[in-house]
Write a protein that binds this ligand. Sequence first.
Ligand code: GDP
Length: 314
Amino acid sequence: MALDKNIAVLIGGVGGAKLASGLVEAVPPERLTFIVNTGDDFWHLGLKICPDLDTLMYTLAGLVNREWGWGVADDSTVTLDSLARHYQVEPWFRLGDKDLATHLLRTHWLRLGHSLTEATACLGERLGLRATVLPMCDEEVPTMVNTVERGELGFQEYFVKHAWKPAIRAIRHHGCEKAGLSPGVRQALSDADIVLIAPSNPWLSLAPILAVPGFRDLLPGLAAPLVAVTPIIAGDAVKGPTAKIMRELGLEVSAREVARFYSGLIDGFVDDRRNQPFAMNGLRTVQLNTLMNDQADKVALARALLGWIGGWAV
Ligand code: GDP
């Protein structure tokens, strides 16, 4: 068990947050740093919305709507309903009243000149988080989705407004050439004894992180082993568009294809025991139960994968 190890986790939203809530029970949370995708972020009604950061923070703070895996539990939509009723603002992006508090405060701090890293740290501190939560970078690098039916869409237009129905042709990380590794991200990676890639969507949640200039180049030089967890179980995604995107990009929907996506970066791959076993040159693999239906599954997976890594790497 990696109780005295520093663990950095590259992570997206709902799928990743499931593993995160297991990890914070399996190791001291102070040892955990989450490096979160911000490619999904956008400005909406004058507010800066960071869906993956919020999903993770609400999860770790015990505030999350458990049924959805995102948003705040027992939230209302009085503001959104008023915007629709009185001002004909189409409520396509769901923002609960309690959730709005986070967006208001974050936007306030950003407008005062604080970085997203600083604003996130302040939100996390006030929510009582013991783990560190970092955005992948401070610059805005919105994910743009080029679709067959509707041309290029902003990520939330694709994901929420059009319910990920349009077929993806290509994905672009707008402005990523102007982004860079923040001091916090650089430090977290160099201090890490283990780097995990959560079972998040490789194309929509992990690719934006890896597209931050300097990120991909830094990883092979780290002393820490890098281990990814499959988001594909039994030939399908557990939730969301991962499998659909793989088909649209002409890829086989399998854990092997996910491992191939990370090839050259990862030392180990946590596959699911329901998947067809595969071997890849130089890659250590293990098959575990990665389906996290409840908190016990999440903690069991966190313990099992850290135990496995401890057996060969740290
Ligand atoms: P999003 O940004 O909210 O879409 O969330 P992520 O990118 O973090 O996660 C989406 C991925 O999580 C999907 O590919 C799912 O297959 C995967 N996922 C969701 N739940 C589970 C689970 O219980 N086990 C595993 N292995 N993957 C999961």
